[in-house]
Design a protein around this ligand. Structure first.
Ligand code: FAD
Length: 410
């Protein structure tokens, strides 16, 4: 099937497929069982040039597109979800944000860390600020040439293993005047127990994706040079929207991990229904299963096309995927993937329920992608808001933000 990929992209995809099958797949079950971050896989990905692919050549990267990254992520996700997530976060997300809005020094710092295999951590979510990220209370107080950061974040992917941290905080000037929300870069060095004031206090006990730690972080008078503030051109006041816009690449990446898990599960299912016989014939001869296979394939194809389209798109005046396309693609891919993996597991009967096969691991792993990176409900709200021309979600008093009329009156 011609999906408009160049010979170079097909070669990259083939190289990623070989890596995933030979290096990632044999480790996937042990990574899940041990719940240890796979440093051996990080090294192998780094040596193979699958980290920092989207970093421009001037900073030591390959200047590859988001679509190139998507091709690699899908292949990894078919075999090992944690490996795929490392590829997402070393090519999209925080690194994209720094490359878009950082100073030259910040870009060099982030590029060098990522190209050496670091998976940056994005620190937005707080105990009382989840979907409503603008409710965050972590604060950055200006003190001369530094900022003092105080607050608490949870569900931070890479907490305890990441070096580069992109921390979102509410900024206050020296007079205590609030300026808006901005990002701050901190580099953690576990060996030296630095920087002082940044502590990883807890690891979440997750359902799946167990080789990737989700950490709770506390900042206590974390002192960062003012030069570590990541301020988009629109400044502190409107900067949060710009910083979140960079998240659209991460959304495409997360949707691709979900789609890749589903593709991997479906491949296993197709092989199995040809092999397993009941009632004197391969179970794939039963129309009940054939229709399941067709539905799974159809959803997979649609998800893949939406993700490719989003990866290829650019938002207005932006270097990132179009927000509408990215939201729709992540939403559709993550919800479809849960159904596809569930059905693939069903094809195996009791064997699908066994921990000896990867289906149960895939079912646990894939469940996350309608939650992290914008829940399915919040993404629907984003899509509907754009359709209506309103800034949603609705606020507590029943008015859409920035609207003078109650929504109920519409
Ligand atoms: P809540 O906001 O409390 O939502 C609870 C429920 O209410 C959800 O179903 C939600 O969809 C629904 N809801 C909320 N508001 C609305 C609304 N207006 N309309 C309709 N429904 C609504 N965060 C980071 O900052 N960095 C990370 O690296 C990171 N990694 C993560 C990794 C994993 C594995 C997971 C599970 C989460 C991660 N998160 C991370 C946090 C993630 O972004 C949040 O979980 C997510 O934003 C939802 O917030 P919440 O969990 O507090 O849910």
């Amino acid at each position: 099937m011609d999906l408009g990929l160049s010979p170079e992209q097909l070669a990259l995809q083939a190289r990623a497929r070989a890596f995933a099958r030979e290096v990632a797949r044999p480790r996937a079950a042990a990574i899940d069982a041990s719940e240890q971050y796979p440093w051996d896989i990080v090294k192998a990905l780094t040596d193979a040039g699958f980290v920092g692919m989207t970093i421009p050549p001037a900073l030591g990267g390959q200047g590859r597109s988001f679509l190139d990254a998507v091709l690699v992520i899908e292949e990894m996700a078919k075999c090992c979800t944690v490996t795929a997530r490392i590829v997402v976060e070393t090519n999209m997300g925080a690194i994209s944000t720094v490359l878009a809005y950082g100073t030259e020094e910040q870009k060099k710092l982030a590029a060098a860390l990522v190209l050496a295999g670091d998976k940056p951590a994005i620190c937005i979510t707080e105990p009382d600020a989840g979907s409503d990220a603008t409710a965050l209370t972590t604060r950055a107080d200006k003190r001369g040439d530094t900022y003092l950061i105080n607050g608490r974040k949870h569900w931070i992917t890479g907490g305890g293993v990441s070096r580069l941290h992109l921390i979102f905080a509410r900024v206050f000037d020296e007079k205590g005047q609030e300026l808006g929300i901005s990002g701050f870069l901190a580099v953690r060095d576990e060996g030296r127990n630095e920087p002082k004031g940044l502590r990883v206090v807890r690891r979440e006990q997750t359902m799946g994706l167990r080789g990737m730690p989700e950490g709770e972080l506390v900042f206590e008078n974390l002192e960062l040079p003012a030069a570590m503030a990541l301020v988009p051109p629109s400044g502190f006041r409107r900067g949060f929207a710009d910083l979140m816009n960079a998240y659209n690449s991460q959304r495409v990446g997360a949707g691709t991990v979900a789609m890749g898990i589903a593709a991997g599960a479906l491949e296993l299912g197709v092989d199995w229904v040809k092999e397993r016989a009941q009632f004197g014939r391969p179970i794939g001869e039963f129309q009940g299963l054939q229709w399941m296979l067709a539905d799974m394939q159809m959803q997979l194809t649609a998800a893949r096309l939406m993700l490719y389209q989003a990866a290829r798109s650019r938002g207005k005046d932006s270097a990132f995927p179009d927000p509408m396309l990215a939201a729709q693609a992540k939403l559709f891919a993550s919800e479809s993937a849960i159904r596809i993996v569930n059905d693939a597991l069903q094809l195996f009967g009791a064997r699908g329920y066994s921990r000896e096969l990867p289906l149960e691991r895939m079912a646990r792993d894939v469940r996350m992608f309608t939650i992290g990176g914008g829940t399915a409900q919040v993404l629907r709200t984003l899509v509907a808001g754009r359709m209506l021309g309103w800034k949603l979600p609705q606020t507590r008093d029943g008015y859409a933000q920035d609207q003078a009329r109650p929504l109920a009156a519409e």
